[in-house]
Write a protein that binds this ligand. Structure first.
Ligand code: HEM
Length: 545
């Protein structure tokens, strides 16, 4: 059943030269770093759905009153029916329920197929009700209507660590809890301090040379550990994680951790182990029955110990940065900038948050891109020409990637078809009308970017890998700016986006320069783990150029 909002779009779009909303947000500037300016073809006004974008001045609310649909209730939102006592949670029980967390991508495709663009998932034990949204126009409307401190559904186990177990540190008098699993005033105050530094133009570009050195080290390491068939080993993804952690160490701690050759017992190795433990535990704690809420399970204890280690190593590095800044009387890095602008504790907590969300995301994006490229020799050739044309045999320098539109487009295309974070969300801070239904405050609204990014309605020839769609537009092509948002949007947009892009562009650039990549095994399916990533060993054949 398609929902009502789709049915009423036709008359709205066909009314000439009018607005249909009292909010008048048309022409609102995009958030920093969000490339929506290039998406203006084909779909008309993104806010209200009419085709004439040049008519954004007049506001006539009477038109809205004449055609506005009556808002339906929450109870009327379509979706799988919960059972008494078991709600909808039973659907995720292996072999019985039919839904799989690992294949939530497929679950979402079938939910859209069955119920339409707006699907209620009620009765999830221990969780608020959820609403899956597959309509890019509505995603845009909700994002643009966000209040000053939007809530993102967060990890309860991390919430508990920050706000209960280690309250002394994170919740001390100045409420310095960071941005992950933090909301409201506390989030807003912290984000303001950090985003000034982290999202400032040029902050990431400063790291071009060291990030390129780490990418060179990665290429050399992969070269050495290829097997006799010139293929990457089965634990290749683990090697990419090391690269990601090494790169993030530069950004967050201003240091080379030495991940490719860390020695047993060293501080770097402790950090690497702790980050690995965190990732091993967090999925289990979040997705399985939350026994840790009742008593500290063995896994929960390991998780807490890992977080404590990350925090203490981070604090040591911040101490050093503080010393450096004092000695040099000026700052030279993101960490020193943060220490100078917001103090040592803010810098340490910001670094901790970066470790929690900046490693797996980036490494899976790179692994997925390398796999997709290995299936497409023609794309690699085009990339190689672009890269060698810009670099002309010299090392990379800040700004080079700006001259490589095809490289950037390839990453966007991979993240459209295989977004590492398959859905982003908001916990509503007020009752909100979505797709014509009144959705109550507290509901977790999940924007399903994997589904929208692969939908013909929003991307012409959605199943084709076509980086060109991000560069040149062809008449009649669809491309909705809010259908694919791999880094989120608005006030809670990814804080590390600029660094992530720098790292990804740089390492892909280096791999394409060094090797022709091929893949000669069974095609890899993607699964949610908890990032959306190829399932199985990524055995790339790397042939020296
Ligand atoms: C391919 C790599 C990455 C992807 C796809 C990604 C994606 C995302 C997404 C979807 C969000 C939620 C945004 C929203 O709610 O609108 C987010 C938040 C965040 N990301 Fe990333 N991210 C990546 C890499 C990084 C890196 C490298 C860092 C750190 C250097 C980082 C730091 C953060 C932080 C701190 C937040 C929370 C922001 C807040 O709640 O205010 N991310 N990221």
């Amino acid at each position: 059943m398609r929902n009502r909002m789709n049915i009423i779009k036709w008359p709205l779009r066909n009314l000439p030269a009018r607005h249909f909303s009292t909010t008048a947000r048309c022409g609102q500037a995009a958030e920093p770093g969000i490339d929506i300016g290039s998406n203006k073809v084909g779909l008309g006004c993104p806010i209200h759905g009419h085709r004439a974008r040049s008519t954004h001045a007049a506001i006539d609310t009477s038109v809205f009153e004449n055609v506005a649909p009556s808002v339906k209730s929450w109870e009327e939102v379509p979706g799988p029916k919960p059972l008494p006592l078991l709600g909808n949670t039973w659907r995720f029980i292996p072999y019985i329920g039919g839904y799989s967390v690992e294949h939530v991508d497929k679950v979402c495709l079938s939910l859209r197929e069955q119920y339409g663009n707006c699907v209620k998932m009620a009765g999830l034990l221990g969780r608020p009700d959820m609403l899956f949204v597959f309509d890019a126009w509505e995603v845009e409307r909700v994002f643009r209507g966000e209040d000053v401190a939007p809530h993102r559904p967060s990890m309860p186990s991390l919430n508990y660590y920050k706000h209960t177990l280690r309250r002394d540190f994170f919740g001390a008098e100045d409420n310095c809890a960071g941005v992950i699993a933090v909301h409201g005033e506390a989030w807003s105050a912290f984000r303001t301090k950090v985003s000034k530094v982290a999202l400032s133009a040029g902050a990431a570009a400063e790291y071009t040379v060291p990030v390129a050195q780490v990418a060179d080290a990665f290429v050399n390491r992969i070269r050495k550990i290829r097997n006799e068939k010139q293929e990457t080993p089965d634990d290749f993804l683990n090697e990419v994680h090391k690269w990601s952690l090494e790169s993030l160490g530069l950004v967050a701690l201003d240091t080379r951790l030495g991940c490719f050759e860390a020695s047993e017992g060293s501080e770097s190795q402790r950090l690497i182990d702790a980050v690995n433990t965190f990732f091993l535990c967090v999925g289990e704690l979040e997705l399985r029955a939350p026994w840790w809420r009742i008593y500290p399970t063995a896994m929960f204890k390991r998780y807490v110990a890992a977080l404590d280690t990350i925090l203490s190593v981070t604090l040591n590095h911040v101490e050093r940065a503080l010393e450096e800044t004092r000695k040099a009387n000026s700052s030279k890095s993101l960490l020193q900038d943060l220490v100078a602008a917001a103090g040592a504790r803010v810098a340490a907590v910001a670094a901790l948050d970066m470790f929690l969300v900046g490693i797996d995301t980036t490494s899976n994006a790179v692994a997925s891109t390398l796999y997709q490229l290995s299936l497409r020799p023609n794309v690699q050739e085009k990339l190689y020409k672009e890269i060698t044309g810009v670099l002309q045999g010299r090392p990379m320098k800040p700004g080079d990637v700006n001259q490589m539109p095809y490289l950037r487009a390839c990453i966007k295309e991979v993240l459209r078809m295989y977004p590492v974070v398959i859905g982003n969300g908001r916990q509503l801070t007020k009752d909100t009308v979505i797709c014509g239904y009144n959705i109550p405050k507290g509901t977790q609204v999940i924007f399903q970017h994997y589904v929208m990014g692969n939908t013909e309605e929003y991307f012409t020839k959605a199943s084709e890998f076509c980086p060109e769609r991000w560069i040149q537009r062809t008449a009649g092509q669809n491309h909705h700016p809010f259908a694919s948002l791999p880094f989120g949007f608005g006030k809670r947009m990814c804080l590390g986006r600029r660094f992530a892009e720098l790292e990804i562009h740089t390492v892909i650039c280096k791999m394409v320069q060094a090797f022709k990549m091929e893949y000669h095994h069974q095609p890899l399916e993607y699964h949610v783990h908890p990032m959306y990533t190829p399932n199985g060993p990524i055995r790339l054949k790397l042939i020296e150029r």
